[in-house]
Design a protein around this ligand. Structure first.
Ligand SMILES: C[S@@+](CC[C@H](N)C(=O)[O-])C[C@H]1O[C@@H](n2cnc3c(N)ncnc32)[C@H](O)[C@@H]1O
Length: 207
């Protein structure tokens, strides 16, 4: 391994369990995926190798692009696409549509205003029947699922008061207002979860 690349230990730890779950949902008919907040690019490199039939569009703020590109170059896979500059609240949403949108550990980093923008806008870049996967820690009915998540939330807020672990019900309500129906939640190691939402077309939208 090239140890000179920036490296996230948590991304290394959680990528295999995430792949195991995604295998139950991603189908051979799915063609492409948009990743919001690719971070180092480790998830794209690993998950892209597990789902070689998907064009994997990475994205993040510009300052992360060189690392993401370095992971893409090292992975040397045909389906990994160079990062596009994408920052909710600052840059426009892609004009393309995707079968899958995936984001890991971003909703507690963005401000709640930007989370709401994400939940309102994501359906616009998704094909009908498309799936939205959100990985990370969540609260349920306002309650933390573990003491460590509560401590993590405090640490996030000390760094930036706009950050914080989000409430599952708020995510669900905001997505369901926008044609993304809650499909599943899967418990993951270290008190994380994967939430799955599926894009439906409401009757009035068909007219
Ligand atoms: C904790 S890192 C997670 C990185 C990677 N997904 C992972 O799980 O290892 C949070 C990521 O969210 C990105 N991010 C923060 N604010 C964002 C925004 N407003 N729009 C899109 N991405 C954002 C950061 O640049 C960073 O890459």
């Amino acid at each position: 391994m090239n140890t000179t690349l920036p490296f996230s230990e948590s991304a290394e730890r959680n990528q295999k369990p995430i792949a195991q779950v995604l295998k139950d949902f991603i189908t051979k008919q799915d063609r492409n995926i948009f990743e919001i907040g690719s971070g180092t690019g480790q998830h794209a490199a690993y998950l892209g190798s597990c789902f070689s039939h998907l064009d994997w569009q990475t994205s993040d703020v510009k300052s992360n692009h060189s690392t993401i590109q370095a992971y893409i170059d090292r992975a040397n896979l045909n389906n990994l696409l160079s990062p596009i500059e994408f920052e909710v609240g600052k840059t426009p949403w892609p004009r393309k549509r995707f079968d899958i949108v995936y984001t890991a550990n971003t909703l507690h980093i963005m401000s709640w205003k930007n989370v709401k923008t994400t939940l309102k806008s994501v359906n616009k870049i998704m094909n009908e029947g498309g799936q939205f996967f959100i990985y990370g820690p969540f609260k349920f009915d306002g309650e933390f699922t573990s003491e460590s998540n509560e401590k993590f939330d405090l640490m996030l807020k000390e760094n930036d008061p706009q950050r914080g672990i989000r409430n599952f019900e708020d995510i669900k309500t905001n997505l369901e207002k926008n044609n993304l129906m809650f499909t599943n939640k899967i418990e993951m190691p270290a008190n994380n979860m994967i939430l799955v939402f599926t894009k439906i077309t409401k009757q009035e939208d068909k007219k």
